[in-house]
Write a protein that binds this ligand. Structure first.
Ligand code: FES
Length: 116
């Protein structure tokens, strides 16, 4: 069975070949390794960075590519896990909100805000 290695812990999980990555939820019930929201490629919660094996996750559909780019990421290394099918060993990392290039900078604290 193909192995999914999750960074940074190097935790290894297995799913049958051709499985959608979303099956992690069912195969490892009770252990949340990847977050899923809409499960249809429109919320971005399941964004992952693929370190190895990007070509083994199925083709990137135009809708997925456009969505990932609108989120501010490069399509290819970044995928929506809910849109991927596992065809071999891959290494992934959850793309946290802190890593999002378009994430707003924190607002200054009220007592430190510049005087107008
Ligand atoms: S779960 Fe919403 S985009 Fe993947």
């Amino acid at each position: 069975m193909p192995v999914i290695t999750l960074l940074p812990e190097h935790k290894q999980l297995e799913l049958p070949a051709e499985s959608p990555l979303i099956d992690l939820e069912f195969e490892y019930y009770g252990e949340q390794h990847l977050s899923f929201g809409c499960r249809s490629g429109v919320c971005g919660v399941c964004l992952v960075k693929v370190h190895h094996g990007a070509s083994l996750l199925g083709p990137v559909a135009e809708n997925e590519r456009d969505f990932v780019q609108r989120m501010g990421f490069e399509s290819g290394p970044y995928r929506l896990a809910c849109q991927c099918r596992l065809n071999g060993d891959v290494t992934l990392e959850v793309a946290t909100r802190d890593a999002m290039p378009h994430a707003a900078a924190p607002s200054p604290e009220p007592d430190r805000a510049p005087a107008l």
